[in-house]
Design a protein around this ligand. Structure first.
Ligand SMILES: Cc1cc2nc3c(=O)[nH]c(=O)nc-3n(C[C@H](O)[C@H](O)[C@H](O)COP(=O)(O)O)c2cc1C
Length: 479
């Protein structure tokens, strides 16, 4: 029997092997599960829907992305969607359901009743808002599953087209909702993928039981496995090779498995195009907007940047710092005034900052270079920053003669503990004179945005004097 199996195997860089099922195999497995193995359809749907909801909750926080639209088709994939909607509600999300076959005699009346009892709104296709991006943070595509074949007919074709068009960012920089496909991106060929290239491009795919062949073409950042019910006999028969589920988890992340896939994933590094007519007049406003985007996207430590300085001989050095403040007066960070960077700034006040927001799994892919001159913040300002820091950080700033050679770390610890005891009564910790802020006043700011075409966008703002006034001049640079 095993030699009949055509599931293909893909080896990743870290040697995890993933197998893929053909449509025929996937259907056979379903028949086996609901036949000799004694599962009911309801049971499978419960477990699959739970995996979908659990995968979504792994990636998206209900506090930031609560508005979920679950679009359910008429088959079992739609049933998975209904179950997922119920769990998402219990997980703190606010799902709405567009059930494409909400007839009184539909097979999932029980699920519909359960969703209604949770006051989950049901929307018809006609009720759907014109602009889905305004109303929803996440859209779950549970329209077609492994049984799908041929061209989708009405009303499925229209809704699939709407989801496909959401992937194309419009020129207003609106963030599209994340699309999560259940098992198969609807409209894709189960074995061949998005044949015409015009289909849905989900951000997340939750493969059930095992990924199907089309999942090799999935280019989004989040691929999960759900459906934790496959007995070893079935896994062995179909040579299913998938990541292990950990602990009690109902989902497991599937890492990218080949250079091709990673290339496909890179195609998703799509921040909206930075068109010339969207260039703001003031680069600081633009920077604040991009920083806000990075914060909203949940990127780790978006305020970190690299500061590059150079000594009097032009010898450069870089280090990471934390941005404390940014406004029209400049970019502020806090540090030790006797550190290497401080010495270099005193010799040469020209410096450069570099921010980067993105990562392999992110849709934001941006960097900002800022150049200018640096000066210390006023004593008054530094004083305010210092006392705004946690007590431990204030003591550490006193104890550490930053960038100097130390004989033994434990002497610092000892010094720290002594001061901690001294100030344990809550008395004011005095700011050391060698600690304070620096402010870089920009004269050049360059925004770089990665685009799938590799012809990335670059806009450079430089200060120019016009009629005795300093004004920002904008140039577009070749990538
Ligand atoms: C993410 C990150 C953030 C940092 N933030 C600061 C900071 O805000 N101020 C600071 O003095 N050092 C910070 N550091 C430590 C610096 O990178 C550096 O080691 C230290 O300032 C001494 O640099 P220097 O010898 O070039 O003066 C940070 C390090 C990292 C990795």
């Amino acid at each position: 029997m095993a030699d009949r199996v055509s599931s293909s195997v893909d080896k990743s860089q870290n040697s995890v092997t993933i197998s893929y099922l053909s449509q025929r195999e996937a259907v056979e497995i379903q028949d086996l599960l609901t036949g000799t193995l004694g599962f009911s359809i309801d049971q499978l749907m419960e477990l699959e829907g739970l995996s979908v909801a659990a995968s979504i909750a792994e990636v998206y926080r209900s506090s930031d992305c609560s508005r979920v639209l679950v679009i359910c088709g008429i088959g079992n994939n739609g049933g998975d969607g209904l179950v997922a909607a119920r769990h998402l509600c219990h997980f703190g999300f606010k799902p709405s359901v567009c059930y494409l076959d909400c007839q009184p005699k539909n097979p999932f009346t029980g699920l519909v009743t359960q969703l209604e009892s949770l006051s989950i709104p049901f929307l018809s296709v006609e009720d759907l808002p014109r602009d889905l991006s305004k109303e929803f943070d996440i859209i779950v595509d549970a329209i077609f599953g492994v049984l799908s074949h041929g061209e989708p007919r009405r009303p499925f074709d229209g809704i699939i087209q709407r989801l496909a068009s959401l992937n194309c960012h419009d020129h207003t920089h609106k963030r599209s909702p994340a699309i999560v496909s259940v098992d198969i991106p609807s409209g894709w060929n189960v074995d061949e993928g998005d044949v015409g290239g015009q289909g849905i491009k989900p951000d997340m795919l939750v493969s059930l039981t095992a990924p199907k062949h089309c999942a090799k073409k999935f280019g989004g950042p989040h691929h999960f496995l759900g459906g934790r019910f496959v007995p070893p006999s079935v896994a062995a028969k179909y040579k299913i090779c998938v990541p292990a589920f950990h602990g009690t988890s109902m989902c497991a992340r599937i890492e990218k498995t080949s250079h091709d896939d990673i290339a496909a994933q890179r195609e998703k590094y799509v921040s909206p195009e930075f068109l010339k007519d969207h260039v703001m007049v003031n680069p600081i406003d633009k920077f604040c907007k991009w920083l806000e985007d990075a914060v909203n996207a949940g990127l780790p430590q978006p305020r970190n940047f690299a500061l590059s300085t150079a000594d009097k001989n032009g010898k450069p050095s870089s280090r990471m710092l934390l941005l404390r403040k940014v406004d029209q007066d400049g970019f502020v960070w806090l540090t030790n005034y006797e550190s290497r960077k401080a010495r270099e700034i005193s010799e040469n006040p020209c410096a450069s900052l570099l921010f980067f927001w993105g990562g392999l799994n992110q849709q934001i892919w941006r960097q900002v270079r800022v150049e200018g001159t640096v000066q210390k913040t006023s004593d008054e300002e530094s004083e305010k920053y210092f006392h705004g820091r946690p007590g431990g950080s204030q003591i550490a700033a006193i104890v550490s003669k930053q960038s100097t050679v130390i004989q033994a770390k434990h002497l610092l610890d000892q010094n720290y503990e002594e001061l901690e005891a001294k100030f344990s009564d809550g008395s004011l910790i005095p700011r050391p004179e060698n600690w304070g802020g620096y402010r870089l006043k920009a004269n050049l700011v360059e925004f770089w945005q990665g685009l799938p075409s590799r012809l990335h966008d670059r806009f450079q703002y430089s200060l120019k004097e016009v009629d005795g006034k300093q004004v920002w001049h904008v140039d577009q640079l070749a990538p």
